[in-house]
Design a protein around this ligand. Structure first.
Ligand SMILES: [Zn+2]
Length: 249
């Protein structure tokens, strides 16, 4: 569980199991690897002249600030708790993004709601960034409350969809065969994607797994095709003679 912030196989395996839409898996991958261009990060890299939060005036707009500490984020989570019963746990300032994956920190359902909620906060923050009009704080909090409502409506549907997708019963391959389950995700907004492959033997035991990040992707179908290729390569490296490849799309 510790390795989720790294780029190893392990982090992907955990992220993979999240019952959230694919684009949100990609988003969370970016959060874990600090690819999210918060002002504080850009400021330190001398890309942005200012590093403060334009909403609440806090000195440093860090990723954690956008998602948890900003006044709008607090309003959002307060309302989300009222609607869903999901409470944002108190989290460590440095390891929070990976701590969310610890079962002692939050349940699977809470984890999904929290991650989708943070995605909603991020997309709204960018909308604000590109718009001319700066909402006064009072209005921004009201907006956060409204968004929490909208967010819960879409989340319910999204979670049903993704849970529905990941439910098919896994069937073991014939005795002489191994089976590789592959999946590709693509985020059209950034043009990035990733593939994952899990190799299992005929009794269903885990043999090997791999994740690959694709900084330039074409579309989701292309990423699915790359996932199949990566799965076959993984099996070939393991000396697998007979292989079943399975994708969920
Ligand atoms: Zn703020």
């Amino acid at each position: 569980m510790q390795e989720i912030g790294g780029s190893g196989d392990n982090s992907w395996k955990i992220l993979w199991k999240l019952k959230v839409p694919p684009k949100i898996k990609v988003f969370w991958w970016q959060v874990l690897n600090e690819f999210i261009p918060a002002k504080d990060i850009l400021n330190r890299r001398h890309i942005e002249p200012v590093g403060f939060c334009e909403w609440c005036g806090s000195q440093r707009e860090t990723i954690k600030h956008i998602f948890m500490d900003c006044t709008t984020a607090r309003g959002f989570w307060r309302e989300t708790k009222a609607l869903t019963g999901v409470k944002l746990p108190s989290l460590h300032p440095l390891t929070w993004a990976s701590d969310i994956f610890q079962d002692e920190v939050c349940s699977e359902r809470d984890r999904c709601v929290i991650i989708i909620g943070m995605y909603a906060l991020w997309t709204q923050r960018n909308r604000k960034d590109h718009g001319e009009q700066q909402l006064p704080l009072q209005k921004a909090v009201q907006w956060a409350v409204d968004m929490a409502h909208d967010f819960w409506q879409t989340t319910k549907q999204a979670m049903q969809r993704t849970i529905g997708f990941s439910k098919p019963t896994w069937r073991t391959p014939p005795t002489s065969c191994m089976k590789c389950n592959v999946d590709g995700v693509f985020d059209p907004r950034t043009g990035q994607g990733a593939t994952g492959a899990v190799l299992r033997n005929h009794s269903g035991s885990f043999v090997s797994g791999r994740a690959r990040w694709y900084p330039y992707g074409l579309d989701s179908l292309a990423l699915e095709a790359l996932a199949c290729k990566d799965g076959v390569l993984l099996a070939a490296e393991r000396g697998v003679q007979r292989l079943q490849v399975e994708t969920d799309s």
